[in-house]
Design a protein around this ligand. Structure first.
Ligand code: ADP
Length: 379
């Protein structure tokens, strides 16, 4: 036998790919370990229930446990472990049941575990070939879970890099664009006598493109900032106050003949600045995309199934069915900038904010029939 290999500390891969065996009585543990070792499967025999739980925390591909080892404390600890697994993890557990001489207490506990996790029962006496095929299947399933975890980690990292890139780009672009806007203003003030008609026209185009770019970049910055909303419990915020703040900011743009009504709104666990931003974007859009009729906007909230359903309903131009999902995409717009100015980021921001608070947002609408934007927030 290669001594160095025997003495070497287990690598993380060995730990993650080992199968833990807990069968304190009789020779089951050694027999199983021997059978699996012949197939090249790493095993670790746990001397008692507490080492099983400790070693599960350190990492394992699967566990095989004799039913008689399932003391009350052991089941409590295994339950804690199963319930605290990461979303990618569903560790396979094999329980060797007592076969012909069942013990009602351990049998009940084994079945309690059965509903909690990825548990397979093997009735004793069990043939080595059956143990081997079950553990091979368990190992294979676990390796797939590790692959899922790896992909998830890559995605999370790539996403974070992209967020950082979008944030830095939009942040750093602000200054040069501001300079273009400022200098084109100065040019048109100081040199308008020098420039001919075409020159003035070109300068006008530079100015409006620079101002548009400024709005896009600041909206993009706002969008990237919404991704970094901390995922932690927040104080209740009175939605009526958030709505009032949004309406006050929009007051200049609300037409004189508009009617905006709101039912009494609840307090929700969303930061006020974010709730205000959602109302501001949705009501701002209702104002912008109004039809020929005097504008009517109705804001209300209903409680159902663990969520508050907020709705912002308008009687505006409406949205065709094929665009009901697309309008939440970044930069997605249905009209030319000339007809309705905008950057196409407002609804994407709303969606990001709502999803950070574990809610959803969607719209119900038809052309000429107004639109109802609905967003949910956990109660
Ligand atoms: P923006 O208004 O800057 O274009 P948004 O992301 O807020 O960007 O909206 C995306 C698109 O969805 C808009 O360009 C518009 O076509 C459509 N839209 C949004 N709100 C409404 C509404 N209340 N009524 C009709 N269309 C709307």
């Amino acid at each position: 036998m290669n001594e160095t290999a025997t003495l070497a500390a287990p690598t993380p891969a060995d730990t993650e790919e080992r199968i833990l065996i807990l069968a304190p009585r009789g020779r089951d543990a050694n027999l199983i370990a021997g059978t699996l070792a012949e197939d090249g499967i790493h095993t670790a025999v746990c001397p008692d229930a507490s080492s099983l739980v400790e070693w599960l925390d350190e990492g394992a591909a699967a566990a095989i446990v004799a039913e008689e080892a399932l003391t009350r404390e052991c089941v409590t600890e295994i339950t804690r472990f199963l319930e605290s697994q990461a979303p990618w993890s569903d560790i396979p557990f094999v329980v060797l049941t007592s076969g012909g001489r069942p013990n009602p207490a351990t049998n009940r506990r084994a079945h309690e575990l059965g509903v909690l996790g990825n548990i397979t029962f093997l009735e004793r006496p069990v043939r080595p070939a059956t143990v081997l095929s079950s553990m091979r299947a368990a190992l294979r399933a676990r390796l797939r879970q590790y692959e899922m975890r790896r992909r998830q980690e890559t995605l999370t990292r790539v996403n974070a890099d992209l967020e950082q890139f979008a944030y830095s780009a939009s942040h750093d672009l602000q200054e040069p664009i501001r300079n273009v806007a400022i200098y084109s203003d100065i040019l048109s003030m100081r040199y308008n006598q020098v420039l001919d008609q075409r020159g003035l026209e070109f300068l006008g185009n530079v100015k409006s493109a620079a101002y548009r770019m400024q709005t896009m970049v600041s909206d993009l910055l706002c969008y990237t900032q919404a991704a970094s909303i901390a995922d932690e419990p927040v104080e209740q915020c009175d939605a009526n106050a958030a709505l009032a703040a949004a309406l006050s900011i929009l007051s200049e743009t609300i037409p004189g003949n508009a009617t905006i009504t709101a039912s009494s709104l609840p307090a929700v666990r969303v930061r006020k600045v974010h709730l205000q931003q959602i109302f501001q974007n949705l009501i701002g859009n209702a104002i912008k995309y109004r039809g020929d009729e005097p504008l009517r906007v109705e804001i209300s909230a209903l409680r159902n199934d663990g969520y508050w359903f907020f709705s912002v309903q308008d009687n505006g131009i409406g949205i065709a069915t094929e665009y009901l999902e697309q309008v939440f995409g970044i930069f997605k717009r249905l009209h030319t900038h000339k007809k309705y100015p905008g950057t196409g980021i407002g609804l994407a921001i709303c969606q990001r904010i709502v999803e950070r608070y574990r809610g959803r947002i969607w719209v119900e609408s038809a052309p000429g029939k107004g639109s109802t934007f609905i967003f949910t927030v956990p109660t």
